[in-house]
Design a protein. Structure first.
Ligand code: GDD
Ligand code: MN
Length: 371
């Protein structure tokens, strides 16, 4: 690298943040593409890698040895697209921040135009859109297209913003706007753009630019059906207002599933062994429900802090222990309210459930899925 390009690179005006998971085969190519597209701009390129087993981070370090404008932020024991983007965006001094995928699906050629818009049009945000005229979804199959369309519609209704592609993972934002809202971002899941829009205090001034979503060059998509679940959570959070933690909502929804599991198991046992088996049936049903709740929470609520291997056993034990105390508290409080204060049975039961749920949530958040 010549003195001339070094001079151009510092301090960077634009940071491009690329979240990666298992993208070892793509990083060199995307870096080359970005560099070519941004000729004449002082940029830096930050890969945020969640310790991919394929050695993505090491590949980036190899690139960085040859070009100091490239860096990697390697996170250990964490997963999550949105939080990776946020942490990458916070790791730079550049006044403009772009987020794009590593797999060459987002068109790097759009970056100069995005930068131009932010510099000269008084905007907060420029978004690459696959749904504007001139844009394109590429080679996605019908199922994925339909899912994307549906999610897009729901997101549009939620946001009250005229966004044609609210699910886009390709955008450029003014750093000061991010810094203003960053503490209100949920950082969960992968809908970083939705997160930004709902966290903003004043409507964001934005513009969309069309681009063609290209076919993935290497590897495969990491977005699975958990996408739908995250979506449901977002919807509920919108309806309940932001003061209920999103994890508590998830935890409670799964608690509801636990009730169904409990009743189903109890019913089967009573069918098999008759009413005398009630007490044993209750205990078995409770244990099965707690276990399924533990795994569901581990998979969905705490996706980013997911326990694996041996940690799973310790986590399960602490979960069952905490929830057993929660169940005792639940029943105790409901009985107390019902008998001593003569509250109606519905109110008594609901109060017991609420206290039990908050207890379970609070204790397992600290002891089961500790950071
Ligand atoms: N650090 C980190 N951690 N990166 C991740 C993770 C993660 O847990 N999961 C995915 N990534 C990275 C991928 O390596 C890739 O660079 C980028 O995030 C997007 O992931 P893909 O797996 O390629 O997603 P996609 O192509 O199916 O989805 C695209 O369309 C969605 C909208 O429908 C992406 O552009 C999404 O951002 C977009 O929301
Ligand atoms: Mn992709």
């Amino acid at each position: 690298m010549s003195v001339h390009t070094l001079h151009l690179a510092y301090p960077p005006e634009l940071a491009i943040i690329i979240p990666t998971y298992q993208e070892a085969e793509s990083v060199a190519e995307i870096a080359k593409w970005v560099a070519a597209a941004l000729d004449g701009v002082a940029w830096e390129l930050i890969f945020v890698d969640d310790d991919s087993p394929d050695g993505t981070a090491e590949r980036v370090r190899a690139l960085a040895r040859r070009d100091p404008r490239i860096r990697v932020l390697q996170r250990i024991g964490r997963r999550g697209l949105a939080s990776a983007c946020i942490e990458g965006m916070l790791a730079t001094s550049a006044p403009y921040l772009a987020v794009m995928d590593a797999d060459l699906q987002h068109d790097a050629q759009l970056l100069p135009q995005m930068l131009h818009s932010l510099r000269h049009e008084g905007l907060d945000l420029v978004i690459g859109s696959r749904y504007l005229p001139g844009g394109d979804l590429g080679n996605w199959d019908r199922r994925r297209r339909r899912m994307s369309r549906l999610a897009t519609r729901i997101a549009q209704i939620m946001l009250h913003a005229e966004l044609t592609d609210p699910m886009s993972g390709f955008f450029m934002i003014r750093a000061e706007v991010l810094h203003r809202v960053v503490r209100r971002l949920s950082g969960l899941g992968f809908k970083i753009l939705l997160d930004l829009f709902s966290a903003a205090d004043a409507p964001l001034r934005f513009r969309e630019l069309p681009y063609r979503f290209r076919a993935r060059q290497q590897g495969e998509s990491k977005l699975d059906n958990a996408v739908l679940w995250e979506f449901l959570l977002m919807l509920i959070q919108k309806l309940t207002g932001a003061w209920v933690p999103i994890r508590f909502i998830a935890f409670s929804l799964i608690g509801g599933i636990g009730v169904v599991v409990h009743l189903a198991v109890l019913w089967s046992i009573l069918e098999l062994f008759g009413l005398p088996a009630f007490a044993a049936g209750q205990a078995t049903a409770a244990l099965v429900a707690m276990t399924s709740n533990f795994f569901l929470n581990n998979l969905l609520t705490y996706r980013d802090l997911r326990l694996r291997g041996r940690a799973l056993i310790r986590g399960w034990l602490s979960f069952v222990f905490a929830c057993s105390i929660g169940a005792l508290a639940n029943v105790g409080i409901a009985n107390y309210l019902f008998q001593e204060t003569r509250s109606g049975w519905v109110l008594s039961a609901l109060a017991g459930i609420l206290v039990g749920a908050v207890w379970n949530y609070a204790v397992t958040a600290v002891y089961t899925w500790r950071r």
